[in-house]
Design a binder for this molecule. Sequence first.
Ligand SMILES: Cc1cc2nc3c(=O)[nH]c(=O)nc-3n(C[C@H](O)[C@H](O)[C@H](O)COP(=O)(O)OP(=O)(O)OC[C@H]3O[C@@H](n4cnc5c(N)ncnc54)[C@H](O)[C@@H]3O)c2cc1C
Length: 496
Amino acid sequence: MGPRTALDTLASRLTGEVRQDRATRLAAAHDGSHLRGAPVAVVRPADTDDVVRLVRWAREFRIPLVPRGAGTSLDGESVPPSGAVAVDLSPWNRILAIEPEELRARVQPGVVNFALQTAARPHGLFFPPNPGSWTRSTIGGNLATNASGPRSFRYGSTRAWVRRAEAVLGTGERLTLGTLAAKRSLGPELLVLLAGSEGTLGIVTEVTVRLAPIPAVRQGLAVPVPTGTRLGALAVRLRRTAGTGLSAIEFLDAGCAAALAAGRRAVGPAGTPLLLLEIEADDRASAEARRAAVGAVLRDGGVDAPPTVFDDADELWTLRGESGVVLDERYGERIREDVAVPLGQLDTMLRAVATIATEEDVPVFLFAHLGEGSLHPNYVVDPSSPTATRVRHRLWQTALDLGGTISAEHGVGRLKREYVPRELDGAAVAWLHDVKRRCDPDGILNPGTLYPSPTPARGSSPSRRGSGAARSPSGRASAGSDRASHGRRRAARQRR
Ligand SMILES: Cc1cc2nc3c(=O)[nH]c(=O)nc-3n(C[C@H](O)[C@H](O)[C@H](O)COP(=O)(O)OP(=O)(O)OC[C@H]3O[C@@H](n4cnc5c(N)ncnc54)[C@H](O)[C@@H]3O)c2cc1C
């Protein structure tokens, strides 16, 4: 028998599916960003033993693996570099158990967020992280990006709602992290390493999440806001006021609200920016009292138009989740940013968002998780153009200068990784690389995402180990998608 290609070897080792047809590869080559990858195959492992076999194979042949849920990430997190194998976990979509007494659910990683919500609802429970993509994104993807949504204002991000997870590390080790106990004081909790790890440490094969009781009343409000309102100051006042029962403080600028009205349905009166709020309460009377408390704060901040009321708050959040999609439909490719600053700096950041748009001469649409100081400016400009690079860097640097972050909830992916050292201490970056090396010594898991390129120590020879060491089946070093690596070179030039 002649020499067998690495991929032929794979097909004979797994019980799951190995697809190499063009249509399947193309479908796994992109996420929600403008980046495009070039996977050589898409693998659908049959079970966790299959994942272990897959990882061992990848180590043997030094082939990158990129775990994939729904592929809705926005910075290239799930874009396979050229020569990689995409590991499609979307068929792993079984809810294994809902345990109402324990307020938890055990799920496979490919379960769609909304499917979990639907299954938990008859038990009077819900899973609080509700990203705008909740009708599509998976629990595995939510964990690996530490996703959040409107209600994270009250409940926090995915990290806070995961009890236990099973994963196969890049070493091929299979392990369970976390505990079923409600609390534990046993060393640093290693489970949190998986939150935001972007598929670079291990492939998550099972997740036990916490659930919360659904409040008796959940009222959504869309409140028109006069242009020029100091939104940051208003958010601070809303957050500081006791007894409001607020679980979400969101914002849509007038352009986003208009796009939503034209593309889906109006959430409030036309031609005005909107605050989107959710009030939780035990009964109608207390909801009214809470609305009155919120109304008083809003009036103090110069906002006194009557709200549009949504008795089903989830209807409001599903519409809000479509904001990005309707901008896609109307304006096409653009920068979809994701910075956050401390609330006290929000008005300064909002001014900077507008100034960048004016000075760079690009339209901007803004939606925001206002109560968390988390902003999604959408600049309508070719995302691979020099202007786009300049806009991103100005935005990220402003967020950092104000004590904020370059990634509030979407992740780092391929687009932001070279900026990570501007946010983290040098020692913290080195620590990140150490964790990566421990979990994935051959750098086979999602190379080219999250970690900045290591700065080689003076006099040292290039290491065989660590991120970026994996090779494509043809034997070429894997450098990520051409456009992504081009972007990195450009970013490096800009810093110089
Ligand atoms: C319209 C729209 C709205 C959005 N709104 C929000 C929002 O409100 N809040 C928010 O936080 N994000 C939002 N996002 C971004 C995105 O939906 C989230 O990051 C989501 O968590 C990604 O889930 P996914 O299943 O699509 O993961 P993918 O895109 O498939 O993967 C994302 C990352 O997770 C890794 N991964 C996936 N599954 C596994 C696994 N089983 N094991 C290990 N690693 C894995 C991948 O390798 C990749 O690095 C939005 C995106 C869109 C398109």
